[in-house]
Ligand binder design. Structure first.
Ligand SMILES: NC(=O)c1ccc[n+]([C@@H]2O[C@H](COP(=O)([O-])OP(=O)(O)OC[C@H]3O[C@@H](n4cnc5c(N)ncnc54)[C@H](OP(=O)(O)O)[C@@H]3O)[C@@H](O)[C@H]2O)c1
Length: 224
């Protein structure tokens, strides 16, 4: 999946420059990709922090980043999801793999609460906003700190993914394996984000109850 001398260097647009955007940007850079962060303010504190953390990356508007990317990652808070994805522009991401890491959480009461479920999901919102992009839900059920090389004390976890495009899911699986995951587990079309987003709450709730943040999911007894 990596860019290497026999493969022209590919650019990944990372829409969002928080903990998730930075963690995945580091992973992509380590695998030979160019990174361009999409941000609301290229000179803002968040963008500057991200650029300092990921040498070689640059920051651009959401639109310019989306245009520049051969593929994209959505790493935006739910409160800014529509705004950021709309600003990126459906036309700029048409035909491209778009990995959506987001969870539909509201933090206004302090503790995170799911604000979607059963009949819709953030993954489906992203796909509706980008009808010609190949949206794959992934990386939403682990903390940013373990998105790349998630080697946990008792094993290497699996990542559940969902998306409508088979090739896009295969590419996401290659990215996950390059990033050190045991396996990408395909849960079906993008509507399966309705299952994967609440699974993030299981991860969060376990962390809160135990004040422990280094866990991950693994599916035992998988079909070979
Ligand atoms: N943090 C984790 O460990 C983790 C793990 C799994 C999944 N997730 C999910 O991944 C997504 C990204 O998480 P994160 O923690 O990296 O996000 P974050 O730090 O809250 O936000 C990322 C960036 O989004 C930009 N942004 C655009 N519109 C915004 C708005 N309306 N309000 C606030 N910020 C806005 C901000 O950059 P500018 O100001 O430069 O525009 C901000 O730095 C979320 O949906 C989260 O639920 C997070």
């Amino acid at each position: 999946m990596s860019s290497n001398p026999s493969n022209p260097q590919r650019t990944v647009a990372i829409l969002g420059n928080g903990a998730v955007g930075i963690a995945l940007a580091k992973g992509f850079v380590a695998h030979g990709f160019r990174v361009v962060f999409g941000t609301r303010d290229v000179n803002g504190a968040k963008a500057r922090e991200a650029l300092a953390a990921v040498p070689g990356a640059r920051a651009a508007s959401f639109r310019d980043a989306a245009q520049a990317g051969d593929l994209a990652v959505v790493a935006l808070p739910y409160a800014g999801l529509r705004e950021g994805v709309e600003a990126a522009g459906a036309g700029n991401l048409a035909g491209k793999l778009v990995i959506d890491t987001s969870n539909p959480l509201d933090f206004s009461s302090g503790a995170p609460q799911m604000v979607l479920g059963f009949s819709d999901s953030a993954g489906e919102i992203v796909q509706r906003l980008l009808p010609e992009a190949k949206v794959v839900k992934a990386f939403n059920t682990i903390t940013a700190a373990h998105m790349v090389h998630p080697s946990l004390p008792d094993g290497t976890p699996d990542m559940f993914i969902a998306g409508d495009d088979e090739d896009a899911k295969l590419e996401t699986g290659r990215i996950l394996e390059a990033f050190g995951w045991r396996r990408a587990i395909d849960m079906g079309g993008i509507a399966a984000s309705r299952l994967l987003e609440p699974l993030a709450m299981v991860w969060i709730e376990y962390g809160v109850r135990n004040n422990h943040w280094t866990h991950g999911f693994s599916l035992l007894g998988q079909k070979k």
